[in-house]
Write a protein that binds this ligand. Sequence first.
Ligand SMILES: Nc1ncnc2c1ncn2[C@@H]1O[C@H](COP(=O)(O)OP(=O)(O)O)[C@@H](O)[C@H]1O
Ligand SMILES: [Mg+2]
Length: 254
Amino acid sequence: MARRRQIYEGKAKVLFEGPEPGTLVQYFKDDATAFNNKKRGTITGKGVLNNRISEYLMLRLGEIGVPTHFVRRLNMREQLVREVEIIPLEVVVRNVAAGSLAQRFGLSEGTPLPRCIVEWYFKSDALNDPMVSEEHITAFGWATTQDLDEMMSLALRINDFLCGLFLGVGIRLVDFKIEFGRLYNGDDMQIVLADEISPDSCRLWDIRTGDKMDKDRFRRDLGGVEEAYQEVARRLGILPEGGPRDLKGPALMQ
Ligand SMILES: Nc1ncnc2c1ncn2[C@@H]1O[C@H](COP(=O)(O)OP(=O)(O)O)[C@@H](O)[C@H]1O
Ligand SMILES: [Mg+2]
């Protein structure tokens, strides 16, 4: 797609200038990274699946009134989004102890949390995405207290909705990471959900077996990474019953 100007190349996606002002094209790559880029690899077909899964989840969230950057999917690996001013925070919502939370507090993975916990991390690869408090966020001007209230309330709505949606297809939503951006419309500013929601940014465990169906399979060399992403898509009804048969086939081409 040489006709578009590339704006940014990240770890999992490339951003191109969109067809109209104020829009961007997100191109989903198969590249996978973990532990802040120390581990790198490729998950074949991941970009195609994450494009589809993120489209699906953003559309469903849009239907319940959560504002998102998503406009429409363009093809197998690209989606059109509204360009936003990204708030430099990774907002993590947790329902079950896993990953860094389990480590920091000595909890065994899988311990249900007494209530869901929202955490803020400063988005900076150079600093290793340090965890920050609301004090840091407002003092350094990354977001105002009003922005924080809005992000908190959106994050909780998103969590409630996605927990139910995944539960309906036999998946436990253990935790996830989201990003928000500011969308300006004249004098108005709206905070919208941006970036992506996919098995790269969520922990998803099979309700029955406890099997991991997300990027932890890559992080921990568990194998079956492609299959796990495909299974998430299949359960969400994005892949045909026959399964991944052909990622290049008509089902994903539309
Ligand atoms: N609607 C948007 N407008 C502007 N930037 C966005 C939008 N959605 C996501 N982004 C940014 O685009 C980048 C997506 O590429 P990714 O590979 O995930 O990057 P990174 O390596 O920084 O995580 C992220 O930095 C994300 O913050
Ligand atoms: Mg990213």
